[in-house]
Design a protein around this ligand. Structure first.
Ligand code: NAI
Length: 426
């Protein structure tokens, strides 16, 4: 698939889609004032001059805005998809045609093409990389070890990627410096919570058009994403049940006013199930067996391993694909139907457009400024998992507040002294 373009130095579905993609990117950019400000500075100062950047991210209009920013900073930029189902083919075409950014991404590409696209990016020998799920870093460690000494750092966008990278560091196999951009407050507090919260429900609604008011929505996982999903579902009038494995998070959910139960109990009463755990086998055959006729299942965690799709396929006596866009139906032996959205992949990206631009603005401004930090000539980071510098986070938050017209108070010198001293008490 799509290989006709591959030897032209890019691989997208159809360049004729480029104009629509350009409009889409411009629309996203309107809502990304912080990234725009960073780009203006980058185009004057060129902090990434001469660097080759390889990015494996969801190929969406917001990512396009980040790619333009990195290019404005002087980098040679190459992009491939971090998920075969989230690519916007028109955005990919616009990046190639109007931005001259070689892009390798076709919505629906199979795993052979997916990995060929990753290799196409790594073949450019990038010195700075971006991942959403650690795929480039994994491939560097497997097949491109010769690149390791030259990689200044790799930025990681998502929780699941950071978990993988920390596991590699713990096992002593991490061979390049990485920065856990996901862990920056300017990323996960906003993107995971408000971005995933809104866009996950957006995906469910676009796919099914169900009424949430009065329905029982089961949210598996009460992390940053789960908090957002649960609170937005409640806002639309759903009765929300949270399932957890972590006692503190479960307690937090209970005190936030949600019903907390094991999945085995929730399975019997839920109308809509949403997994956002980053874990595998969260909703499995033992749960399908208990579900009501017409139960709807979806996942917004990074990998498609949270709902046991294969188990559902095996269990069903009859499957009907594409009942609506992004909806497959599975009929069990006793006649009950269970519906799966987006094939069990990230529902906010498969059935909707991913996070709104305004929230990606913060994540991607954090990414761009972190790329500037790792590219500083004198900086040599060791091969560990690093935090985003606090100055970057402060800058992103201040610029975002300014763009929203919000002003805040400042500490007086006396207050600063007071807050830093241990001598002054009651
Ligand atoms: P987190 O680590 O803050 O929360 C995950 C929660 O799931 C934890 O509280 C954990 O105790 C719980 N959990 C783990 N196994 C469980 C199980 N079997 N049953 C019930 N709960 C379980 O992670 P965060 O930031 O909320 O991310 C969750 C997932 O969403 C990750 O895979 C992340 O990469 C992904 N993600 C997806 C986005 C999207 O656009 N859809 C955006 C950002 C993150």
């Amino acid at each position: 698939m799509g290989s006709s373009n591959a030897n032209k130095g890019y691989d997208v579905r159809d360049l004729k889609l480029a104009e629509r993609g350009r409009d889409r990117i411009a629309w996203a950019e309107r809502d990304m004032p912080v990234t725009r400000m960073v780009r203006e500075r980058f185009s004057k100062k060129k902090p990434l001059e001469g660097l080759t950047v390889g990015a494996c991210l969801h190929v969406t209009s917001e990512t396009a805005v980040l790619m333009r920013t990195l290019k404005a900073g002087g980098a040679r930029v190459f992009l491939c998809a971090s998920n075969p189902m989230s690519t916007q083919d028109d955005t990919a075409a616009a990046l190639v045609k109007y931005e001259r950014i070689p892009t390798f991404a076709i919505r629906g590409e199979d795993s052979k093409v997916y990995y060929r696209h990753l290799r196409a990016v790594l073949d450019q020998a990038p010195v700075v990389t971006f991942d959403d799920g650690a795929d480039l870093v994994s491939m560097i460690h497997k097949d491109y070890r010769d690149l390791m000494p030259q990689v200044r750092a790799s930025m990681e966008e998502t929780t699941t990627g950071v978990i993988r990278l920390k596991a590699m560091a713990k096992d002593g196999v991490l061979g390049i410096p990485v920065v856990a951009v996901n862990d920056a407050d300017t990323k996960h507090l906003f993107d995971n919570r408000y971005g995933t919260g809104q866009s996950t429900l957006d995906g469910i609604l676009r796919a099914t058009n169900v009424l949430l008011a009065g329905r029982t929505v089961v949210v598996a996982g009460y992390g940053w994403c789960g908090k957002g999903v649960a609170s937005r579902a409640r806002g639309l009038g759903a009765n929300v049940i949270v399932t957890e494995v972590n006692a503190i998070r479960a307690l937090e959910a209970a005190m936030d006013g949600f019903s907390v139960r094991p999945m085995r109990e929730a399975a019997k009463v839920g109308d809509i199930f949403i997994s956002v755990t980053g874990d595998k086998d969260v909703i499995t055959r033992e749960h399908f067996r208990l579900m009501k006729d017409g139960a709807i299942l979806c996942n917004s965690g990074h990998f498609d391993v949270e709902v046991d799709v294969r188990g559902l396929e095996k269990m069903a006596k009859h499957a009907k694909r594409g009942i609506r866009d992004s909806v497959d139906g599975y009929q069990l032996a006793d006649g009950r139907w269970i519906y799966l959205l987006g094939g069990g992949r990230l529902v906010n990206l498969t059935a909707a457009e991913g996070h709104p631009s305004a929230v990606m603005d913060m994540s991607f401004a954090t990414q761009a400024l972190t790329a500037e930090w790792v590219s500083a000539k004198r900086l040599r980071l060791p091969a560990q998992v690093h935090k985003v510098p606090v100055e970057v986070e402060e800058q992103v938050a201040s610029l975002k507040l300014a763009s929203m017209g919000i002003r805040i108070d400042r500490l007086s010198p006396e207050q600063k002294r007071y807050l830093n001293s241990w001598q002054e008490g009651t």
